[in-house]
Design a protein around this ligand. Structure first.
Ligand SMILES: C[S@@+](CC[C@H](N)C(=O)[O-])C[C@H]1O[C@@H](n2cnc3c(N)ncnc32)[C@H](O)[C@@H]1O
Ligand SMILES: [Zn+2]
Length: 331
């Protein structure tokens, strides 16, 4: 196993008793764990379900699964990756050292026979950078971050295997709602203005930010699913990282919204400056206030079936009413 200089908190020891005095047992999909006073939201269960399903599909397809749970909180995802997705190894990291005993106590529940895991406490960016420098790549990197934090994106892409998965989160409803355009510009390269479909824009903004960072490294990302939840709000996207830049940036452009008639459209980079709406036939930027945002443009519901797994699969004792079919392209 690769060693980390990340102040690893505990490895393979006997189950420690939680340090914090608060014991808060929770149950999710039949697994019992303790959340103590770590950050935990029951409402995020569906987001975790989707991640576990993706990981299980990946494992079935690749026969290997190493997961980096970069901001793991109490470690519930790490536990679920080990137990439900049959991960071979999980690196459970959280910058907050106070989470340590809770995390390792929970991961002990996965059993030690076939399971391997490590708990570390470091800034996620540092973990990604160290993994990259050690050429210790992961099949799935899960980043359950707060707000519109995006500074770690490029380092995370360096630490994921080619054709591996990156699970990203944004919880910044102000930014997706177009109320902090300078902020969305800095975080995701998208100047977001208010639109009637801000939830969708929030997902496209997040994917667009990843497209931009991947492009710098000579990669492109393919969205496997996107998920918006009103609590938070929370925007989650599962991306596959592939070699090669996005061809002709055809999925990376602008969304226009006409404030006069409410029409929306797609605008490519080469069409900037010629934006018009059928309600006026006059260039929108000069006639009345148009709103357009640079973001990911392709359909978000596209999926091609190669490998499929239903969430009602008998291996899982729970169901979300979703049947998922995704394509794992191996280039
Ligand atoms: C949303 S909570 C994680 C919840 C957990 N993934 C779950 O599903 O229950 C975010 C966690 O990230 C940790 N965190 C925040 N910034 C971090 C950073 N830069 N690097 C590593 N961990 C960080 C926080 O301590 C917190 O526990
Ligand atoms: Zn119009």
């Amino acid at each position: 196993m690769v060693s980390y200089h990340l102040k690893p908190f505990t490895i393979f020891g006997p189950s420690p008793s939680p340090k914090c005095c608060i014991i808060r047992p929770e149950t999710e999909r039949g697994l019992i764990f303790d959340v103590g006073d770590t950050f935990f939201r029951q409402e995020s269960a569906t987001g975790r379900d989707l991640a576990v399903l993706s990981a299980a599909i990946y494992k079935k397809s690749h026969n290997a699964l190493r997961v980096l749970d970069a901001m793991c909180g109490c470690g519930v995802r790490s536990l679920r990756y080990l137990v439900e997705a049959d991960a071979d190894f999980v690196l459970a990291n959280d910058a907050n050292e106070d989470c340590g005993k809770i995390i390792s106590g929970n991961l002990e529940k996965a059993g030690r026979e076939r399971k391997s895991w490590l708990v570390t406490h470091s800034d996620a960016t540092r973990v990604f950078a160290e993994c990259f420098l050690k050429r210790d790549y992961f099949d799935l990197i899960d980043i359950d971050s707060f707000g519109s934090e995006s500074s770690f994106l490029r380092d995370a892409m360096r630490a994921v295997k080619l054709n591996g998965l990156l699970y990203l989160t944004s919880t910044d409803g102000f930014t997706s709602g177009g109320h902090r355009p300078q902020h969305s510009l800095a975080a995701y390269g998208a100047y977001i203005r208010p639109t009637p479909y801000s939830n969708e824009i929030g997902l496209r903004m997040l994917i667009g930010g990843a497209v931009r960072e991947a492009s710098v490294l000579g990669y492109h990302v393919v969205p496997l699913f996107s998920y918006y939840s009103f609590h938070g709000p929370v925007f989650r996207v599962m991306l596959q990282v592939r070699r090669g830049k996005l061809p002709k940036n055809r999925h990376y452009g602008f969304t226009s919204y006409c404030t006069k008639c409410g029409n929306s459209g797609e605008v490519s980079w080469t069409e900037l400056g010629q934006i018009s709406c059928s309600c006026s036939n006059v260039c929108l930027t000069t006639y009345h206030s148009s709103r357009f945002a640079c973001c990911f443009r392709a359909a978000l519901d596209r999926a091609s079936p190669l490998c499929s797994l239903s969430s009602r699969d008998s291996r899982f004792g729970w169901g979300m009413g979703l049947d998922l079919q995704w394509n794992w392209e191996r280039s």
